[in-house]
Structure formats: structure tokens, C-alpha cells
Write a protein that binds this ligand. Structure first.
Ligand SMILES: CC(C)(COP(=O)(O)OP(=O)(O)OC[C@H]1O[C@@H](n2cnc3c(N)ncnc32)[C@H](O)[C@@H]1OP(=O)(O)O)[C@@H](O)C(=O)NCCC(=O)NCCS
Length: 173
């Protein structure tokens, strides 16, 4: 199944907001959230995704059709390294439990080599199981899990080697 990610253009912001509404409605099972007068869940960092170079918004597509979205955010660590993180990750119901989320996660992790931290809220059991399994398989078990002091959740820390170069073909004369 051809799976791709493509950067969300500012012109497509309304499409991202529609998907965000579905995502935040699902997340409202864990956080108290309500909609504004237009019926939208407010995502306060939305505008930043087209202004701040450390934020990267992507649509997920299956055979060209929108199947979800991923928001990546780069954070500067105290030591000066960049740490990549997943701000939000969403796959539409129709496409779930088919391995699509995992394949998309691998595409995203390959695209941003280096240090990663992915934080998942404790109550989001499925999200936690998903990231635990995906990161375990991606790193071959070389990841570190810890709990953040002021927040009820798990943080997974690991490194992405980036996309592996293609296997060299046979030598020709
Ligand atoms: C979490 C989410 C992205 C998973 O997407 P998906 O495409 O269904 O996931 P995959 O099919 O690629 O699953 C990969 C692995 O994750 C785990 N997993 C996924 N969904 C699961 C579920 N409902 N229950 C238990 N484990 C689950 C499994 O280990 C699975 O591997 P397996 O099928 O070999 O057992 C999707 O359910 C979603 O968008 N949820 C709402 C938003 C959210 O919670 N995002 C994550 C936190 S930011």
C-alpha cells in the first residue's frame, strides 16, 4: 500500500483543522476540552507551524488520500543538541490496525535523524502501546523510557539513524 507524508501548506490549514477536530475530540477523553463558537477545538500552536522553522506539519496519505496527520517539533536541549519530538500523531479510524501508523512513524523518524523524545500521556493507553511497540521495533530495543517530573506520562528517548542508503547493486564494468 503506497504510504506517503507531505508537508501541509498554509493554504491547507482548514483541512488540518478538520483533522485536528477529530483528533482532539478523541483526546478529550483524557483532557477537558471544549469547542469554540465555530465548533472547532482550538489548537493553540496551529499558526506556529507555518512560522517557526522548528515545527513540521505533515498529512498522512494512503494511495494519495488523506489518512491522518503528524506534527513534528524540534526542541533545543540544554547541551545544544536538537531533539525531535512528535507533537501530535493521528490516523483515521478506517486505516487503523493495518500497520499504517507504524510505517508512517518509520518514515517520519527516518526523515529526522538524531535524538528523539516522544512523550505519551499515561491515560492514552493505545498511544502508549503504539509508541512502545513502534520504537522497540525501530531501534531494536535500544530506547530509554522515563517519566517526566511535572507531567503524567511516559517519555521514550532514542536515536534515529536516518534513512538507510539503498543496497548497492552489482558492480558493472
Ligand atoms: C495510535 C494510532 C496512531 C495507531 O495507529 P495504527 O495505524 O492503528 O497503528 P498500527 O496498526 O501501525 O499498530 C502498530 C502497533 O501498535 C500497537 N497498537 C496499535 N493500536 C493498538 C490498539 N488499539 N491496542 C493495542 N495495541 C495497539 C500494536 O502493537 C501494533 O502492532 P501489532 O499490530 O503488530 O500488534 C491510532 O490509534 C490513533 O491515531 N489514535 C488516536 C491518536 C493517538 O492516540 N495518537 C498517539 C499519541 S500522540
Amino acid at each position: 500500500m503506497p504510504l506517503t507524508i507531505d508537508r501541509v501548506d498554509l493554504k491547507q490549514r482548514a483541512v488540518l483543522q478538520s483533522l485536528m477536530n477529530m483528533y482532539l475530540h478523541e483526546m478529550s477523553a483524557f483532557n477537558e476540552m471544549g469547542v469554540d463558537d465555530d465548533g472547532n477545538f482550538e489548537y493553540k500552536h496551529m499558526s506556529c507551524y507555518w512560522v517557526e522553522p522548528e515545527r513540521h506539519p505533515f498529512f498522512v496519505r494512503v494511495k494519495g488520500k488523506i489518512a491522518g496527520f503528524v506534527l513534528v517539533r524540534d526542541i533545543d536541549s540544554i547541551s545544544g543538541d536538537t531533539i525531535h519530538s512528535i507533537a501530535e500523531f493521528f490516523i483515521l479510524n478506517t486505516y487503523r490496525r493495518l500497520g499504517i501508523g507504524e510505517e508512517i512513524a518509520r518514515i517520519v523518524l527516518n526523515r529526522f535523524p538524531g535524538k528523539w523524545q516522544i512523550a505519551v500521556q499515561e491515560e492514552n493507553r493505545v498511544g502508549r502501546l503504539f509508541w512502545k511497540r513502534v520504537i522497540w521495533r525501530y531501534t531494536g530495543g535500544k530506547s530509554h523510557e522515563f517519566r517526566s517530573g511535572d507531567w503524567d506520562g511516559t517519555v521514550f528517548e532514542f536515536r534515529s539513524p536516518g534513512a538507510k542508503p539503498p543496497e548497492p547493486g552489482p558492480l558493472s564494468e
